[in-house]
Design a protein around this ligand. Sequence first.
Ligand SMILES: Cc1cc2nc3c(=O)[nH]c(=O)nc-3n(C[C@H](O)[C@H](O)[C@H](O)COP(=O)(O)OP(=O)(O)OC[C@H]3O[C@@H](n4cnc5c(N)ncnc54)[C@H](O)[C@@H]3O)c2cc1C
Length: 239
Amino acid sequence: MHAQYKDHMGDDLRVVDAARVSFANESWYINEEYVPDKNSKHFEAWLRYALVNVRHDRPTLSVGDFGLIQFLAEHGHWTPFAHPQISLRMKAPVPIRTQCFKHKQGFVENEESRRYISSRPELFMPEEFRSKAANAKQGSSGTHSRSTPWKAFYKDICEEAIDGYVAMVEDGIAPEQARFILPQGVQVQWIWTGSLAAFARFVRQRTDSHAQGEIQELASDVNDILQPFYPISWEALTR
Ligand SMILES: Cc1cc2nc3c(=O)[nH]c(=O)nc-3n(C[C@H](O)[C@H](O)[C@H](O)COP(=O)(O)OP(=O)(O)OC[C@H]3O[C@@H](n4cnc5c(N)ncnc54)[C@H](O)[C@@H]3O)c2cc1C
């Protein structure tokens, strides 16, 4: 299970420009002649951001543009955050793929099709089996006391089903039907393209402690990939 970077478009400045075009204005990263507005309520936060950027030789937004991004995020003005787009290559077991696909607005996905491929599917192995949570309708608690034998059981049963799938395909059964025998633990891959706004919503919801552990891990990977490309917008949208 993983999220891998493919490519991305835009940056924090794109968000600012999308907002400022309302007034036919445009912004630039600051240069050495720039004098920040020390009276801005965002000055101290901006200074921390600017100092880190200088150290890493990265382009820096003005304090006004930094503050604008905070304002847009705080007031739910999401369209400027829909201009930057990111493509990822994802791999996850079927139920986690299904959870990802519940996020519809601002995303497109194309996934591998077991109508057209008949290679042996890869099984997702959980690191451990967790116990059912005692007082919750959903979720889980710590490691189950018999996690290790259940992992061996899971692997045996699933690999047997996958062997059955391979045998059916080798005997000429259509892959689009043979796939019905596959367990939920097989991994599927998809290309996932979405806006900065959409991925931030996904990460916000799926890093929450109520989300399933596996999708929390995946959302955390997505977080780590996207944060460096849009540091100000990402922080404002996901905090
Ligand atoms: C912990 C957890 C448990 C969950 N359990 C279940 C479950 O048991 N069963 C299940 O089916 N799903 C479940 N979900 C999925 C959940 O119901 C959402 O479908 C999913 O989280 C996507 O969120 P979203 O609707 O905000 O995203 P999107 O579909 O991307 O929508 C983004 C936003 O656009 C707006 N929007 C979208 N569609 C419309 C519309 N038709 N009309 C008006 N506004 C719209 C809403 O403001 C929405 O928040 C669960 C999610 C979580 C995080």
